[in-house]
Each structure stands twice: as C-alpha cells, then as structure tokens.
Design a protein. Sequence first.
Lengths: 140, 140
Amino acid sequence: MSTTPNLTKNQTLVLDVLTRSDAPLSAYTILDKLRDSGFRAPLQVYRALDKLIEMGIAHRLESLNSFVACAHANQSCCGHDHGHGHHGTVAFAICESCGQVNEFHDHAIDDRLAGWAKERKFKPAKTTIEIRGLCEACMH
Amino acid sequence: MSTTPNLTKNQTLVLDVLTRSDAPLSAYTILDKLRDSGFRAPLQVYRALDKLIEMGIAHRLESLNSFVACAHANQSCCGHDHGHGHHGTVAFAICESCGQVNEFHDHAIDDRLAGWAKERKFKPAKTTIEIRGLCEACMH
DNA sequence: GTTCGTTGTGTTATGCTATAACGTGTGGCA
DNA sequence: TGCCACACGTTATAGCATAACACAACGAAC
C-alpha cells in the first residue's frame, strides 16, 4: 500500500541519519555523519534532501536552516490517504532549549489560510508554519 | 501617541531602505544600498535589523533570508493598540514570481495555534507563517 | 543490443548569509 | 570624575547553499 518509490543509496543514508536523530540536523551536520559512508561534499546531502522533501518524507525547518524526517510518513490523515500521510500543511513547534520538534497539522488553520488565498486569488505553493518557544519539559 | 523610540542613525538608514523597497531585501543587498551612506560591514546592517525587528518595525522572512518593513507599523489592530500595531502573529504571502509580499494577520489562526500550545504546555516565543506561491497578477 | 534521454552521482570552486571578537566613542548619571 | 550602557566600526571567520562540469547507471524505443 505504500507509495514510497525506492530510494537511492544516498537518499536512504540521509533519511536514516534524520530518522535516528531526535533533533533537526543541518546539511553540514548530516554530511559529517556520513563521511564514513563515503560522503565528501555538501551537494550530495542537498541533492538527497531535495528529493526526500519533494516526496514528503523529510521537511525543512526554515527558521533553523535544518532538516527533519517526517513524523507522519506512511500515516494517513483523518481517514484520507494521499500517499505519505500528505495532509495539507504541516506545522512545527520547536523548543529553543532542547531542540526537540513537534510536527502537527490543523485543518482549521489550513482552511483559514486557503480562504485568505482564495479571496486574493493567491495560489499557494508551499506554506511554512513554525512556532519557536519552550516545551513543557524545558519551562521548569 | 506613537511609542516609537527615536531610532539611531543606522537604524533609520536601514529602515528607509526597507520602506522604499517593494520587495524583501537581504542584509547584503541593504549593505550595498548603504555603502554611499558610509556602511562598510554586514554587522552594521544586522545590528540595525535586530533592533528594528525587536521593535516590531521590520520583519524577517525566514524562507527567503531577507527582510521587510512592517506594513502595519503605527496602526492599531481591531481597536487594540499595543504600540506598533502589534497584533499577535503576522503572516506573509510571498509571490515567487514578482517577489511582492503581502502581510496580514488572522485571529482565528492565532487562536488555533495558541490552543495547540496551551494543550501541550508549550510556550510560544515567536511564530513564523509564510505562504509562498503566485499572486494574482503573476498567474495570468 | 544499440542508441538515447533521464536521473543519480562525484568533485571543485564559489557565493551568500551570519556572527565572533575586539576596540572606540558618546551620553547619562551618581 | 568616574562609571555604565549602548551604539558604532573593523577584521576575521563560521555556517549555509549552489554553479558548473564530468561520469556512471538505468530504462525505453527502435
């Protein structure tokens, strides 16, 4: 049932690193972690990331210049399966203390943004929602 | 009634450049535009930008690594005046063809994000909402 | 199977974005 | 006067991203 196309060797390596990490990673950090696997240049990382993001398996966090594996890969959303649990726009809550990221989505927000866009005849291609702050564990 | 503190010389210069531009500018582009005014180093721009953003007079567009003047400076929002028209979170619609940016805010979205945060005891510090796409004029 | 286009890959070089570290100058204020 | 806070100036460096070129692997069409 999975619509995941087979990943290439480099894509698999990058995705594995992201999946094993509990915090976002920069492209250069990923590169360092993959030197033993034969990676030598940033482009090898960026090219793999581009594809993973295009497939919806990874996300870029704009406010951090770094990357995470999709937390909802291969999950359907609210009964609809669009491939990789592709649910409208994804939002991120990023703890500035511990670095942990919480990925979620909210149809009400999607609708609201879609409504704004429709009114103005603006055609959305990609939407970024990132909340930076402190998670419960770090507020003490 | 304005709560704007007096801006320093460098802050004024940077804000003027942003205000005159009809599209976001990168820090280095601002630097180039201010060489004749005596600017020599990126830090002069970044320091001014930091203050302007702190005051809410300018915004950073995370997905573009660039900056705009606040479109709502000195305006109150829905009857409430919090200084610089400080209304919850601001969202941006960015046209990837012409570069124009539309700044807006939506209380329903604010409420929704605040609700999510409250449920998880997450304390938001700064929220980024950016829609990239095509504006009406560029869709033809 | 050969030809050809597409896609992934490897490598070098370069450009853009942002901050560290240090020093100077100025104005307010006890 | 002496101190503090803050803006400013400068050099150097760190961190993020892509251009340009070359080669290899694969599949489709003939």
